[in-house]
Design a protein around this ligand. Structure first.
Ligand SMILES: NC(=O)c1ccc[n+]([C@@H]2O[C@H](COP(=O)([O-])OP(=O)(O)OC[C@H]3O[C@@H](n4cnc5c(N)ncnc54)[C@H](O)[C@@H]3O)[C@@H](O)[C@H]2O)c1
Length: 259
């Protein structure tokens, strides 16, 4: 327990399990109040019960691809806690390793919507709140995007997921560049393999050739990233002790990208 994020208010998307829950734990342990949001009602309920033992948590069950859901989520944080200081764009789904020539266009739209557009919409409304005249405390805030090694390499997933994660780097840099003088920071972590529920995508309906390529590259670095440790890095990155970090693309992959 620290007071690194005391009096800060955070939103974590996709927080019912996996990395999102681990990040929420670290934010709570650092003293933040956290609004968690996820599409999975059962897991969200379980996560809320577990996380509430650590600090102040509010939960919302919603599909963030729905038109009003992102704006409503930011509004809910402000209604509940009076402000928003930190946005963690974590919600995501893996794709089926399908290369561009074989991808169904509806499927492309769905993956881009979840893995990129949710983060863009959440960022838009968070930035508006960070800059709201009269908000409690100074204007500004922090956005932390959850990218992937797939935002740096091309053969480890299908075209849609790889494209979305590369685009998140652009969203991060654009946000950092445009708002650096306005007290807003945006950074992105690029995790390697993590033991989470996202791996269920590896099982059903995969593109066999794409999966074979990914798994051959996967053999280069079988190390997995510990989500509890990564959560702590995220909490630090969002704290004022890391106020020099802006527009950073942070490799968190046990050295995989370096190979
Ligand atoms: N697990 C890995 O190996 C790995 C590697 C690199 C990056 N990532 C990234 O980490 C992030 C977290 O994923 P994870 O590995 O913890 O997987 P996870 O499946 O455990 O968590 C993702 C969460 O996002 C939620 N979600 C999905 N669609 C949503 C929607 N439309 N609205 C609201 N919530 C939604 C899911 O219900 C789930 O709880 C993702 O952005 C993922 O791309 C994962």
């Amino acid at each position: 327990m620290s007071n690194l994020l005391a009096s800060k208010v955070a939103i974590v998307t996709g927080a019912a399990g996996g990395l999102g829950k681990a990040i929420t734990k670290a934010l709570l342990n650092a003293g933040a109040a956290v609004l968690i949001i996820d599409i999975n009602a059962t897991m969200l309920k379980e996560a809320k019960a577990e996380l509430s033992t650590l600090g102040e948590v509010h939960d919302i069950c919603a599909d963030l691809t729905q038109a009003a859901a992102t704006q409503d989520t930011v509004k809910a944080a402000v209604d509940k806690y009076g402000k928003l200081d930190i946005l963690i764009n974590n919600a995501g789904v893996m794709d089926t390793f399908t290369p561009i020539g074989d991808v169904e266009l509806d499927y492309w739209d769905r993956i881009i919507s979840i893995d990129l557009t949710i983060a863009a919409r959440m960022s838009k409304f968070a930035v508006q709140e960070f800059l709201r005249p009269g908000r409690p405390g100074p204007q500004g805030g922090v956005i932390l995007n959850v990218g992937s090694i797939n935002g740096l390499r091309g053969g480890l997933a299908g075209a849609a997921y790889t494209t979305a994660k590369h685009a998140l780097v652009g969203l991060t840099r654009s946000t950092a560049a445009h708002y650096a003088t306005k007290g807003i920071r945006a950074n992105i972590i690029m995790p390697g393999l993590m033991e989470t529920n996202i791996r269920t995508a590896y099982v059903n309906g995969v593109h066999e050739e794409g999966k074979t390529l990914a798994f051959s590259l996967l053999g280069q670095n079988p190390a997995t990233v510990n989500i509890e440790k990564l959560g702590k890095l995220v909490a630090f990155t969002c704290s004022d002790d890391a106020d020099y970090l802006n527009g950073a693309i942070i490799s968190t992959d046990c050295g995989w990208q370096a190979i």
